[in-house]
Design a protein around this ligand. Structure first.
Ligand code: GLC
Length: 673
């Protein structure tokens, strides 16, 4: 049951697709108060109650004990003390442990929203929103039912092409055709399957969107074609800022047609990102959105069928106005013997250049006739940039799935594309964070997601990369990505290539199951990744599990995320089959009883657990498997255990067309013991 409450004059964000009648009575589940520009909703939490959700955020699966701020931030250092990451996902579920009941809250407010989940007062959940917003309260008989109800409200999750479930290699700095070919060649020579190579900003001419540096990529179309023949898709990045440069058509057209965001004087707002000074396309405006979306065609005509949208919080290195102010202030400093106050003051001035809140208050959108200050709709920018692309793809290639994901997002964007979790670090803690973010993202409909495997910033290590891959073979987006200047981290750079190859091949072996589970989750508004408690609500201990996840209908994973660990403790909420794999071919399994176990997991092993009376299909791969296209649908075996007949609903399709429902792709396959 969903209740809708409207406050003030909210912006229509596009998060919700279902009409719900407005409720007139107060939200029974929370207390309400109003003060100037802020509305506050709050309620008591008992000690054992658990809060799930909030999508891409720091800290654990249970969000209690900290405050989270929805205000999309370009902040690569995701330490625990941070309150905002790249996305804004205002949906949470409070589970009442004693009563065994739960309710969900979705705050549809594209400005700043604060969720104080027991930070100020341990036993109080407090939500502060702007004065114009819509709040949805959702009741249901279980955690799963509440999420499903919410997902029905916000619409079906994005469905990528099947090749996007293959292994993908990326790096900021691949700067020439030769480098791209070399990455492909290394994977192919060593028999490591690979479905995509990413093109970061270095493929462009002077970081200008929708251009290609023809000196370094003299035959782009030919390169795309050659790669595709090898089963590898090239996926270029598109940034939010459009370089200010006379004669650059995207800039010229945007200025001429008034498609850019404006400053307080009605001039095109000037910020700076990679290319230097840029304007931001006003993607909240329908015409500007259509115009920007059509630009992707330039690359699609060269054979491109996947994109990643970046810097769309939007990230601002500096604004023209703020830079002027800062330079003046710095120039006025005459002190060459600064004490701590003077020094920190100077440091603060410089640090304030980047992503300054004042800048976000100083530009405006024309949202189809309504002038809106950016600050009020800040969290929509990444969503609408991605929507621009997805709507254009519908026109350009109506029958084909195009890979699309974004860095910044808001609920609603999940219908148009996926996300990656942004600039993490090569830290063990970020491997754990990535595990914990997955179910929270799935709750918000963001199913196509994953983190930068191995860590984006800092130098990775062989053991971290192995452990990260052992988790990431379960994430729909499985992409190794790193920052320029860090240690090279393609898997062939390490000594232990055979282990990397084996682990990546296990992903391809699991593909029939993972793809089937993704599609079932997307088509039925369900979660692909779930906290253990969602499947075992009667088990009190399941609510305490912070580092294990249910993946699809049949399995549970318990990844290793600590350095030098030879295994880990795993909690089994029921008797399960433990499957241990060194490679697809070299594996064993045994049944473990319900309870706590210490499980040895060597550095080069994948371990997962199959639920009782459940099975999963595992593809039998030829030695030569290069990409998802080589995984044969009729070569598989069943893995699982049952004391009665076990069945599996197996979804499969051609992986590229959009005829998901019309064809008979849901097959109930019985497996007899
Ligand atoms: C941003 C992105 C990162 C990319 C870099 C250069 O930091 O998050 O993935 O590599 O920009 O484009």
């Amino acid at each position: 049951m969903i209740y809708k409450y409207v406050y003030g004059q909210p912006v229509t964000t596009g998060a919700v697709i279902k009409e719900i009648k407005e409720s007139t009575e107060a939200i029974a589940l929370m207390e309400f108060s109003e003060k100037e520009e802020t509305l506050t909703f709050s309620c008591e939490m008992k000690e054992q109650d658990v809060v799930y959700g909030l999508g891409e955020q720091v800290r654990g699966i249970n969000k209690r004990g900290f405050s989270y701020i929805s205000y999309a931030a370009d902040d690569p250092i995701h330490t625990e003390n941070k309150h905002s990451l790249y996305g804004a996902h205002n949906f949470l579920v409070l589970y009442r442990a004693e009563e065994k009941t739960a309710f969900g809250i979705f705050v549809d407010d594209p400005g700043k929203v604060v969720f104080d989940v027991g930070e100020t007062k341990r036993n109080r959940l407090v939500i502060h929103t702007g004065k114009d917003c819509v709040v949805y309260a959702i009741e249901g008989e279980s955690l799963k039912a509440i999420v499903k109800e919410f997902r029905g409200l916000i619409g079906r999750s994005y469905i990528p092409p099947k090749w996007a479930f293959g292994y993908q290699q990326s790096r900021w700095s691949y700067g020439s055709e030769a480098e791209v070919r070399s990455v492909a060649e290394h994977h192919r020579r060593l028999g490591i399957p690979l479905d995509a190579i990413y093109l970061d900003i270095d493929y462009m001419e002077s970081y200008k969107d929708f251009t290609i540096d023809t000196e370094r990529f003299p035959d782009f179309r030919g390169l795309v074609k050659d790669m595709k023949e090898q089963g590898i898709h090239l996926v270029p990045i598109i940034d939010a800022g459009v370089k200010i440069e006379p004669d650059y058509p995207v800039y010229e057209e945007g200025v001429r047609e008034n498609y850019f965001c404006k400053d307080e004087n009605g001039e095109d707002f000037v910020a700076a990102v990679w290319p230097g000074k840029v304007h931001f396309p006003d993607v909240l405006n329908r015409e500007a959105r259509e115009w920007f979306g059509e630009k992707y065609k330039v690359l699609m005509e060269q054979g491109i069928d996947g994109f990643w949208n970046d810097m769309n919080e939007p990230a601002i290195f500096y604004s023209e106005k703020n830079l002027k102010k800062v330079l003046e202030e710095i120039a006025s400093i005459q002190d060459d013997n600064m004490d701590l106050n003077a020094f920190f003051h100077m440091q603060g001035i410089v640090e304030g250049l980047c992503n300054n809140p004042v800048d976000y208050k100083s530009f405006f959108h024309n949202m189809d006739g309504v002038k809106l200050c950016h600050d009020r709709v800040h969290n929509l920018y990444g969503f609408y940039m991605t929507r621009a692309a997805a709507e254009a793809f519908e026109k350009i290639e109506p029958d084909k799935r195009i890979l699309l994901f974004s860095r910044s997002s808001y609920i609603g964007m999940h219908r148009y594309g996926g996300i990656w979790t942004g600039d993490n670090e090569a830290w063990w803690g970020h491997l754990l964070l990535s595990i914990q973010q997955m179910p929270a993202l799935n709750m918000c409909g963001i199913l196509y997601t994953g983190s930068d495997i191995g860590g984006f910033g800092s130098d990775t290590t062989e053991d971290l990369l192995l452990r990260w891959l052992e988790f990431a073979i379960f994430t729909p987006l499985m992409r190794n990505h790193a920052a320029a200047g860090t240690r090279m981290q393609e898997v062939y750079r390490f000594e232990n290539t055979e282990s990397f190859r084996n682990i990546i091949r296990i992903r391809y072996g699991l593909l029939p199951y993972l793809y089937s589970e993704y599609m079932k989750a997307a088509l039925s508004d369900e979660m692909y990744f779930r906290p253990v408690s969602f499947d075992y609500p009667k088990d009190d201990h399941a609510f305490l599990v912070e580092d294990q996840l249910m993946v699809g209908e049949s399995i549970m994973i318990a990844p290793v995320y600590t350095q030098n660990a030879s295994g880990r403790y795993v909690y089994l909420p029921e008797e399960m089959l433990m499957v241990r794999m060194k490679s697809l071919e070299e594996r064993d399994s045994r049944v473990l009883e319900k309870g706590h176990h210490y499980v040895e997991i060597a550095l080069d092993e994948v371990v997962f657990f199959v639920k009782k009376n459940h099975v999963l299909p595992l593809a039998i791969l030829d030695e030569e498997v290069k990409s998802t296209a080589d995984v044969k649908e009729d070569q598989y075996e069943w893995v699982g255990f049952a004391d009665e007949n076990a069945g599996y609903v197996w979804y499969d399709d051609d992986g590229i067309s959009k005829d998901y429902v019309a064809k008979e792709m849901w097959k109930q396959r019985g497996v007899n013991q």
